[in-house]
Design a protein around this ligand. Structure first.
Ligand SMILES: *[C@@H]1O[C@H](CO)[C@@H](O)[C@H](O)[C@H]1NC(C)=O
Ligand SMILES: *[C@@H]1O[C@H](CO)[C@@H](O)[C@H](O)[C@H]1NC(C)=O
Ligand SMILES: *[C@@H]1O[C@H](CO)[C@@H](O)[C@H](O)[C@H]1NC(C)=O
Ligand SMILES: *[C@@H]1O[C@H](CO)[C@@H](O)[C@H](O)[C@H]1NC(C)=O
Ligand SMILES: *[C@@H]1O[C@H](CO)[C@@H](O)[C@H](O)[C@H]1NC(C)=O
Length: 448
C-alpha cells in the first residue's frame, strides 16, 4: 500500500513537472513573439483608438492612434499612477528622446510642490517635447515622464495578457486644453511615426523585438476589435488559414527629406510614412493629372503618405477632380446611376444600381500603381461609403491645391480598413496585404 501511494505521488509529481515544462515553454514562446493592441473605431470622429495599460492592468487608457506624431500623451489625472517618474532635463533619457526643452510645469498645476511624490505631469525641471493636437489646433510643450506599461503578447493568433515592460515607457501627461474635442471615450493620443519615443519604436526597443509594426483597422465600432501588432508576424486571421505576413506585397517606404511636422528643426527629414505611388488607375485606365504632384519638391511638398487620422483619403484638387471624372465614367459603363453628390464627396450613386459582392459594392476598381509594377487595389468596401440606404459615395475627398496641403495624397483610414499594413522601420519597407475580404475574413477578430 505504502509503495502504491509512493508511486502515485511520484507519478503526480511527474505530471505536475511536465505541466510546468509545457506552460514555461508556452510563456517563453509568447514572449519572443510580437505585442498586440486592440483597435476600435470611433464612428463620430472616424478616428481609431487603442488601449494602453499604464502602471497596473486595471488602468485602461484609451488613446487615438496617430501615424504622424511621436508622443504618447493622456489625461493622467484620472488614473492612479504610483510608479510614475518625471524625466529630468539633461538626463540621458531626455537626450535619447531627442527632447531638448526644459520646462517648469508647475505653473499649470495646483499644489504641485506637494506632496512628494508630486502629481504626474506637475514637476519642475522636466525634459520636454513638442506636441500638436489638430482637434484643438493647439501646440504645446509637454513634460516627459515614464511608467511601467502592461502589454499583451501574441504568436499571431492567440494572446497572452499583461506582461510588464522590462523598463518604463515614456509618455506625457496632457493639459486640459489638449483634451478638448478628443473622440468620446478617449483620453489622449499615441504617436506611431518614426521617432525614438513613438509607441512602436519604444516598445520594440523595450521588448527587444524587430522594429516593425502592423495595422489592421476595423470597419465598425463593434465589439470585436481590429489589431495593431508590434514586432512583426505571423499574422493569422481565421478562418483564413495562411500567415498573411508571407503574402504581403512589399514596396519601399520613401523618406521625405523635408519635415512635414507642424514644428521641426531645419534640415530635419519627415518622420511620416510615404510610399511612391506612380499612378492611379480606374478599371484599367490611368487617371490623367500632372505626375509631378506624386514626387517631393524642394520644400518636401507632394508625394503620398499613409495617415490613419485622415478619415477618407484626400487628394490634391487636380488629382481629385480627375479621379471623380474617370470614376464616374467607368461607373456609367457599369450602369451605376449617378445622384446629386453630397459634400465632402465628389460623386454619389444610387445604391439600387450597385450589386453587392464579397469585397463590398461592385464598382470600378481603383489601383494605386507602385514601383516594380506592383499595385494596391481598392474594391467597393474601401472605395464607397454608404450615406443611407439609397445613396453611396466615392470615399475620397478634395484636399485643396498644392502646397496646401503639403502632401498630395494621404491614404486615409477608410481605405486602410481590412487591409493588413506592415511598417518595417529599419528596412524602410511597407507590406500591404490584399483586402482581407478577398480571404473571407476581416481585421475584426476576438482573440483569447
Ligand atoms: C518649481 O519652480 C517654481 C518657480 O521657480 C518654484 O516656485 C517652485 O517652488 C518649484 N517647485 C518645486 C517642487 O521645486
Ligand atoms: C497627428 O500628429 C500630427 C503631427 O504631430 C499633427 O499635425 C496632427 O494634428 C495630429 N492629429 C490629430 C488628430 O491630432
Ligand atoms: C506639372 O507641374 C510642374 C510643377 O508645378 C510644372 O513645372 C509642369 O510644367 C507641369 N506639367 C504640365 C504638363 O502641366
Ligand atoms: C526611421 O528612422 C531611422 C533612424 O532615425 C532610419 O534609419 C530609418 O530609415 C527610418 N525609417 C523610416 C521608414 O522612415
Ligand atoms: C471565399 O469565399 C468564396 C465564396 O464563398 C469562395 O469562392 C472563395 O474561394 C473563398 N476564398 C478563400 C480565400 O477562402
Amino acid at each position: 500500500m505504502a509503495s502504491f501511494i509512493h508511486y502515485h505521488i511520484r507519478f503526480c509529481l511527474v505530471i505536475v513537472f511536465l505541466f510546468f515544462l509545457k506552460s514555461e515553454a508556452q510563456v517563453k514562446k509568447a514572449k519572443h513573439a510580437a505585442l498586440v493592441f486592440p483597435i476600435r473605431k470611433d464612428h463620430r470622429t472616424k478616428q481609431y483608438l487603442t488601449t494602453l495599460k499604464v502602471s497596473s492592468k486595471e488602468n485602461h487608457v484609451e488613446v487615438v492612434i496617430n501615424l504622424s506624431s511621436q508622443l504618447t500623451w493622456f489625461n493622467c489625472d484620472i488614473y492612479n499612477l504610483p510608479t510614475y517618474q518625471p524625466i529630468e532635463c539633461g538626463s540621458q533619457k531626455c537626450k535619447i528622446a531627442k527632447a531638448e526643452g526644459c520646462s517648469l510645469f508647475c505653473d499649470d498645476c495646483k499644489n504641485c510642490n506637494l506632496p512628494i511624490p508630486s502629481k504626474p505631469g506637475c514637476t519642475n525641471n522636466t525634459c520636454s517635447v513638442d506636441s500638436y493636437n489638430f482637434f484643438t489646433n493647439y501646440l504645446s510643450d509637454q513634460g516627459l515622464g515614464e511608467d511601467t506599461f502592461l502589454v499583451d503578447s501574441t504568436d499571431g493568433l492567440t494572446i497572452s495578457f499583461n506582461y510588464k515592460s522590462p523598463k518604463p515607457f515614456q509618455f506625457s501627461c496632457a493639459n486640459p486644453i489638449q483634451l478638448r474635442k478628443l473622440p468620446v471615450g478617449s483620453v489622449g493620443m499615441t504617436g506611431l511615426a518614426n521617432y525614438t519615443i513613438s509607441l512602436p519604436r519604444q516598445m520594440s526597443t523595450l521588448f527587444k523585438l524587430p522594429h516593425k509594426f502592423a495595422l489592421c483597422l476595423p470597419t465598425k465600432s463593434d465589439k470585436t476589435p481590429g489589431h495593431m501588432f508590434i514586432g512583426g508576424g505571423p499574422y493569422m486571421f481565421p478562418p483564413y488559414s495562411k500567415d498573411i505576413a508571407k503574402e504581403l506585397i512589399i514596396t519601399p517606404l520613401v523618406i521625405n527629406p523635408q519635415s512635414t511636422a507642424p514644428l521641426y528643426a531645419v534640415g530635419e527629414s519627415s518622420k511620416e510614412f510615404f510610399i511612391n505611388v506612380k499612378s492611379i488607375v480606374v478599371d484599367g485606365k490611368p487617371v490623367e493629372f500632372n505626375s509631378s504632384l506624386l514626387s517631393f519638391d524642394e520644400e518636401g511638398a507632394g508625394g503620398t503618405k499613409i495617415s490613419s487620422i485622415t478619415p477618407f483619403t484626400y487628394l490634391e484638387t487636380s488629382i481629385f477632380k480627375a479621379l471623380v471624372n474617370d470614376f464616374t465614367k467607368a461607373a456609367a459603363l457599369r450602369e451605376m446611376k449617378t445622384v446629386a453628390s453630397v459634400a465632402p464627396f465628389g460623386a454619389c450613386f444610387s445604391s439600387q444600381t450597385i450589386a453587392k459582392g464579397q469585397t463590398g459594392p461592385v464598382v470600378p476598381l481603383i489601383d494605386l500603381t507602385l514601383p516594380d509594377n506592383q499595385r494596391w487595389r481598392f474594391y467597393g468596401g474601401n472605395s464607397m461609403v454608404p450615406l443611407n440606404k439609397e445613396v453611396m459615395c466615392l470615399a475620397f475627398v478634395d484636399a485643396g491645391y498644392k502646397p496646401n496641403p503639403k502632401t498630395s495624397i494621404a491614404i486615409g483610414g477608410y481605405q486602410l480598413e481590412n487591409f493588413l499594413i506592415e511598417f518595417d522601420i529599419d528596412s524602410t519597407k511597407l507590406g500591404i496585404s490584399t483586402s482581407l475580404l478577398l480571404m473571407n475574413t476581416t481585421c475584426s477578430q476576438s482573440r483569447l
